[in-house]
Design a binder for this molecule. Structure first.
Ligand code: SF4
Length: 759
């Protein structure tokens, strides 16, 4: 039986309200976003239009060609892309402003970006007030000279996911490995690294097993710790069609996310006019409660005969050990661990039992814990137990937030894997050496958080950051600043200014102006969440100063340092990079043929593990029982998680989240807790813990009682940088605690006047 068809005509049962356009209801105004984008890009409208029309979106990882995709007919465009457009169309900044760094420190990150594109290489030495313009030759010679004198273990390279294409990731990791280091990492480390680890261990794959099309007309879609309405907005259009096909939607999350409940799809007349009820049922687990919740659900499935025994028998190993753990699990422990009753878990189990097919989607609410790998494994266990693998309408989908991030690790720009997600080992290094013709180190390198720790110990002499902003991304910003300032040479290669560029030089700081993906001659590719490798052509239009493609620059420096390898570190153009990727990463075969708008292929086909057969040595998927985490929260404290508002990555786009009206300094607290503590909406409070303090305003919202949510990156001051997952080493952004101090706050060193209890 195929997927259920999308019913034609309008379906009032799914409407949020009969009030046209949701007038009087609280919702984002997507039409206003279009006018805003037109105004912002007015000086370069024709170019902006060509980018939208012909480029591959540099926002999230759903993936487009122009304003279309491979999942649905009609326009694919959202406000995230519109907000990012200006980064691609604005002119150069006046480099004179960089002569005095102190003056720039007053500016917010958004104000720094708005100054314009970085047009020229710039240089600043320790003790100097600011930067001076230098030639490319001088900048690259300085970098090469320092790299020549630096032990390969004392250098680190980081690439963000901001629109960075596969060609740049590939060239960067090859250059770094030629320098003798595996100290290269990318933004996947801080979002889905546990997904890569757990999927690879269990299924032998490191990406979604299904396609977006499987969402539309399947029986059930479950979102665990994922807010696609904000982070992947066009996914809501897919869900609108899914709802019209009769697909049910469940959300497992500590916050009843308003946009996951009701959504107005702007490009569909019915949904734009009357809205669409998206979620059938929310399960309000406590932060980190997913493992206990899923374990309880599995226990119910086991007891109720709700397993797909044929699938388990034919296609998996390790079930008996899991079953024993499930039988031994006590309901009191599962309820305490999940924060919900066993009846709630039963309700979820019944939804699954009624679903012959389902897609399980997860995101950072799952991964950003010390137990991130276990939480992903728990979802995999659930999917395997129900046989949701390798067939239409079924899948396990770690949904990616940024357009470059799926390809980053697959290209090997990662401290723990070589190209093709091949684990770093001496044996695999030898195989790569044979291909590349130079020695490749066989030990894993430093992950991004480890690079910063090495820097603070004085063990990192060179840090090269392609995009990104550690100051705003990693926990404990003050320690991050100190670490950055201890590095002898920092290289920041980017399209705009960021606050980390302004940190004091440990020795010297060099800024290198980069092109956007749309400016790269020969075009580039990205890999979407659904494993689609998509060609994005060069878009004709204005160019900024002396900005150069990042991939070229990284290799040029490597050639300067390793002159004897120069012939092996050179590509004439991006097409040549793609040709080598096709040879070195077998699953990317076909990338060498991508050459014009719309060219794409989905590696692995629509379903990985087709027919339930996995690329593991025995062809079977592995169950693994996981322990219920018991995070300790001191008496009187609230569990605290960080969340995103109107932003992309760490780039904040609006002072207020249009979805729920929360200002950036809001602390989301349950109405019950607010009432119990006598807190009024808007009241100023301090959140505190031994790591730091954050001033907030009270914002009652449907979060789980006993928990708080604050925006990220502002909440980084409350995060413990030493907390990270064991294998993937992801920082625990969703695993903190805080006390509420009522104003007026006490002087430093004294106890707070009043401490409000998290119960
Ligand atoms: S949903 Fe994602 S890929 Fe699609 S337009 Fe928006 S940001 Fe771009």
């Amino acid at each position: 039986m195929g997927l259920k068809p999308v019913k034609k005509g309008w379906n009032p049962e799914l409407w949020v309200s009969r009030r046209p356009l949701g007038i009087g209801l609280h919702k984002p105004n997507n039409f206003a976003e279009v006018f805003r984008a037109i105004g912002e890009n007015a000086d370069n409208l024709a170019y902006a239009w060509r980018i939208l029309q012909d480029g591959v979106c540099d926002g999230c990882a759903l993936g487009t060609y122009g304003m279309r995709d491979w999942t649905i007919a009609g326009v694919h465009l959202c406000n995230v892309r519109l907000r990012l457009l200006r980064l691609n169309t604005m002119g150069p900044l006046d480099v004179g402003v960089l002569e005095d760094v102190e003056a720039l420190r007053e500016k917010s990150s958004a104000e720094l970006r708005e100054l314009g594109r970085l047009p020229y290489p710039m240089h600043r030495k320790k003790g100097e007030k600011g930067f001076r313009r230098v030639s490319w030759a001088e900048a690259l010679d300085r970098i090469a000279l320092k790299l020549c004198k630096t032990d390969a273990h004392r250098m680190g390279f980081y690439l963000t996911s901001r629109g960075i294409p596969n060609e740049t990731y590939y060239a960067a990791q090859k250059a770094v490995r030629a320098l003798g280091s595996n100290n290269i990492d990318n933004a996947a480390r801080v979002c889905h690294s546990p997904s890569t680890v757990a999927l690879k261990e269990s299924l032998g794959v490191a990406a979604t097993t299904c396609s977006y099309r499987d969402l539309i007309g399947t029986d059930l879609v479950v979102f665990f710790g994922s807010n696609v309405a904000v982070n992947q907005p066009v996914m809501m259009k897919y869900l609108y069609y899914a709802r019209k096909a009769g697909t049910k939607v469940a959300v497992v999350n500590p916050y009843r996310e308003p946009a996951m409940e009701h959504y107005w799809v702007p490009s569909d007349p019915e949904s734009a006019l009357f809205g669409t009820k998206i979620t059938d049922r929310f399960f309000l687990v406590q932060p980190g409660g997913d493992i206990a919740f899923i374990t309880g659900t599995l226990k119910h499935l086991l007891e109720q005969g709700g397993l797909d025994e044929r699938f388990v028998e034919a296609h998996t190993t390790g079930f008996e050990a899991l079953a024993q753990a499930l039988r031994a699990a006590r309901w009191e422990e599962l309820e305490a661990g999940s924060g919900v009753s066993h009846q709630e878990m039963l309700a979820f189990a019944r939804m699954l039992m009624e679903a012959e097919r389902a897609v399980l989607v997860w995101s950072m609410g799952i991964t950003q814990h010390r137990t991130g790998e276990d939480a992903v494994q728990a979802i995999i266990n659930l999917g395997l137990a129900r046989g949701y693998l390798g067939r239409e309408g079924c899948g396990l989908m770690p949904i990616r937030g940024h357009s470059g991030v799926q390809g980053g690790a697959e290209m090997g720009a990662y401290a723990s894997v070589f190209p093709g997600v091949v684990p770093i080992s001496p044996e695999n290094a030898r195989a790569l050496e044979a291909r590349w013709g130079f020695p490749v180190p066989g030990q894993p390198g430093l992950t991004a958080p480890e690079m910063l720790e090495a820097a603070s110990r004085g063990e990192l002499e060179v840090l090269w950051s392609v995009g990104g902003n550690f100051l705003e991304v990693l926990p404990d910003p003050e320690r991050v600043r100190q670490a950055l300032e201890a590095v002898e040479l920092r290289v920041h290669q980017d399209i705009v200014l960021s606050s980390q560029m302004l940190a004091e030089p440990g020795g010297e700081v060099i800024l290198l102006p980069a092109t956007t993906r749309y400016e790269v001659p020969g075009g580039v590719t990205e890999t979407s969440t659904e494993r689609r490798v998509i060609y994005s052509p060069e878009i004709p239009g204005p160019r900024v100063g002396q900005a150069r493609p990042e991939w070229e620059v990284l290799l040029e420096v490597a050639r300067k340092v390793k002159g004897d390898l120069a012939d092996r570190l050179h590509f004439p153009d991006t097409a040549a990079v793609r040709q080598e990727i096709a040879r070195v990463v077998p699953m990317y075969a076909g990338i060498e043929r991508l050459a014009k708008k719309g060219d794409a292929f989905q590696y692995g086909g629509p379903h990985l593990c087709a027919g339930g057969v996995c690329p593991t040595p025995d062809g079977k998927a592995r169950f693994r029982a996981v322990e219920i985490p018991r995070p300790q929260v001191p008496p009187g404290a609230f569990r605290l998680v960080t969340r995103r508002g109107k932003q992309f990555n760490s780039m904040v786009h609006a002072a207020k989240d249009p979805v729920n009206s929360a200002p950036r300094d809001a602390v989301l607290i349950s109405p019950e807790d607010a009432r119990r503590l006598g807190l009024q909406p808007g009241q100023r409070v301090w959140l505190s813990n031994p790591l730091g303090r954050l001033e907030c305003q009270v914002f009652p919202a449907p979060v789980r009682p006993g928990t708080l949510q604050v925006h990220w990156p502002e909440g980084n001051v409350l995060l413990d940088p030493s907390l990270r997952s064991e294998k993937a080493k992801i920082p625990a952004y969703k695993e903190a605690y805080a006390f509420i101090e009522l104003q007026p706050h006490p002087a430093p060193g004294q106890g707070p006047d009043v401490v409000a209890s998290g119960g």
